[in-house]
Design a protein around this ligand. Structure first.
Ligand SMILES: Cc1cc2nc3c(=O)[nH]c(=O)nc-3n(C[C@H](O)[C@H](O)[C@H](O)COP(=O)(O)OP(=O)(O)OC[C@H]3O[C@@H](n4cnc5c(N)ncnc54)[C@H](O)[C@@H]3O)c2cc1C
Length: 542
């Protein structure tokens, strides 16, 4: 797009949601420019070479939540997206020499090793959870009812949205309503305790309740986070997690190709310094280089705290909204490592270095909810735990293109380190100490692991913020707590992707339905922006 051309939308941030939003806007005929601060698009969904010859999904590392409608609408398969399933969903090596495998057709026999009662509960548990996840799947594609101030006429669209939601809830039978309430209000631990008695299955499921959630599995609200992680699907199979060939960057590249094909202009290495507001409405942006790009509307893919706290003049926002953003809770307590391996880990409980199904699984090294609770308490007290919570994935077992022949790459996704260290200590001084602990933990399960590490990339919460622009290192752009979800994401009155500043929209994970590589905030925001354009709120002056 030439410097003088009329631009309908400028999108700040080329994360996958910014790209999705851009593609939908362009498909509706809008002229769109995306400005991305890094020299590649995708945000947290990228594939990068982190050690010579070794590539990996360096932040987000596994796919399930990417919405099938987005995949279909943007024709992502034609743009190269190919998602494969793991051969086994999860593998939990335990300290007592046993292990648990979770996977289609296997789980019952595996869980029965620990409790026959738990094995019998697996199917009803999955059915009940999936029924609620179905409701979430529908709601995720919708704009939440907005809590509006003002007269009833202005509130009418949201009252209708609220009524539609009410009708949908009324269709649920009483047991499902009770489940829904439990999943929104309870802790993952309390919820799982009502279903199961043995520790390993509770750990396997409970892990989803603490991913990106810096809290004990017994903290109220963590059951919702568990639910958030099961509403996805892979190739039509609900609740399953898989691998995008080429890594998570392949998802972003496919979306970027779809957007470019529809006429979107994408500029990388283009950090935005400021949102331009003229006469109370967003009119464009100013880049770090000092270039001004005017547009009829501005769309932000950033964490709302970052947008309103750093890229806007506080005087443009009312004090109440500023306070909400100041108190927006960010800090998922995540520590992320990528390692290049000379060989596969040889687990004590399941020996063998030749590729096997458990090497393709999400390998959870946290044997019980009590272990996770302790890790959280340790992190609160001292910044991290000597016994960290680690999930390891070895994507090269499904995707040979990521590492040289015979070698492997592993993602280590570690939960529960303090977003900010106590007593003013800096992650710059401590990241390697924690990385060593993580390697030692894996090594305690697979004694050849430490010696197999050829190279490592270590990212503390501070590094996640520096590299990916994730405020507080928060992987979801803000905690998925009840006060930051649905009509309250990011603030009551602004859950419809419209910010308090006219012509300034939000399309990132800080909006409904929240974080994860879903494409949904981008999809939903585009729908609202297109609606406003159709209502000619911003009549073209051409
Ligand atoms: C370590 C980690 C592991 C995760 N694991 C998974 C997983 O396995 N599966 C899953 O589904 N989800 C996972 N997530 C969550 C998921 O990746 C994110 O919630 C999601 O990718 C966020 O997408 P987004 O487009 O909303 O925002 P982002 O990906 O954060 O994109 C925002 C973009 O804005 C850019 N930006 C920031 N400031 C500026 C500026 N001033 N000017 C221009 N551009 C700017 C950033 O560089 C970035 O590209 C993980 C996240 C992390 C960090």
């Amino acid at each position: 797009m030439s410097a003088g051309a009329e631009r309908d939308a400028v999108i700040i941030g080329g994360g996958h949601n910014g790209l999705v939003c851009a593609a939908y806007l362009a498909a509706a005929g809008l002229r769109v420019t995306v400005l991305e601060r890094r020299n590649l698009v995708g945000g947290a969904a990228v594939t990068e070479e982190f050690h010579p010859g070794f590539r990996n999904s360096v932040a987000a590392y596994t796919v399930s939540l990417l919405n099938p409608k987005v995949i279909r609408d943007l024709d992502l398969t034609r743009h190269g997206l190919h998602i494969v399933e793991r051969r086994l969903a999860n593998f939990l090596p335990l300290e007592d020499g046993r292990y648990l495998k979770i996977g289609a057709g296997r789980s019952a026999a595996e869980v029965a090793k620990f409790s026959a009662r738990d094995a019998a509960a697996l199917v009803p548990y999955a059915e009940r959870l999936d029924a609620i996840a179905d409701l979430l799947r529908e709601l995720a594609l919708e704009t939440p009812p907005n809590v509006t101030a003002g007269n009833w006429l202005a509130a009418l669209p949201d009252m209708l949205r609220g009524a539609r939601l009410g009708r949908r809830l009324a269709r649920l039978d009483m047991r499902m309503r009770r489940d829904l309430l439990s999943l929104f209000a309870k802790s993952a631990g309390d919820y799982l305790d009502t279903w199961f008695e043995s520790a390993p299955i509770k750990a396997a499921y409970g892990f989803d309740g603490i991913v990106g959630n810096y809290a004990s599995p017994y903290s109220a609200g963590s059951a919702y986070v568990l639910l958030h992680h099961v509403f996805g699907e892979v190739n039509g199979r609900k609740g399953v997690w898989g691998h995008a060939i080429g890594g998570m960057g392949a998802i972003s590249r496919a979306i970027a190709a779809a957007a470019t094909m529809r006429g979107v202009e994408i500029r990388v290495a283009s950090p935005v310094r400021e949102v331009l507001v003229q006469r109370g409405r967003a009119a464009g942006v100013v880049t770090e280089r000092g270039e001004t790009l005017k547009a009829r509307c501005v769309v932000s893919n950033l964490n709302p705290k970052l947008l309103f706290g750093k890229l806007m003049d506080p005087a443009q926002l009312d004090p109440d909204f500023r306070e909400r953003m100041r108190n927006w809770r960010c800090g998922s307590g995540t520590f992320r490592m990528n390692v290049a391996l000379s060989e596969l880990p040889d687990f004590r409980v399941l020996p063998g270095r030749a590729p096997a199904e458990h090497h393709t699984a999400g390998i959870i090294m946290a044997p019980s909810l009590a272990y996770m609770d302790r890790a959280y308490a340790d992190a609160r007290a001292t910044g991290w735990s000597q016994r960290p919570i680690v999930e390891m994935l070895i994507p090269s077992t499904l995707d040979g293109g990521l590492a040289p022949p015979g070698r492997h790459v592993a993602s280590l996704f570690c939960q529960h380190v303090a977003p900010e260290l106590p007593d003013g200590a800096s992650w710059d001084e401590h990241r390697d100490e924690v990385a060593d602990l993580v390697i030692d933990l894996v090594n305690s399960h697979a004694p050849n692991f430490k010696a197999a590490v050829l190279g490592r990339q270590v990212m503390s919460p501070l590094d996640l913020e520096r590299t990916f622009g994730l405020t507080g290192g928060d992987i979801f752009h803000g905690a998925l707590s009840i006060d930051q979800l649905f009509s309250a994401r990011p603030a009551l009155g602004h859950a419809d992707y419209r910010s308090p500043v006219k012509a300034l929209y939000l399309c990132g994970s800080g909006t409904h339905p929240g974080g994860g590589v879903t494409g949904l905030p981008g999809h939903n925001a585009a729908r609202e922006i297109i609606k406003d354009f159709k209502q000619r709120r911003w009549r073209r002056r051409v």
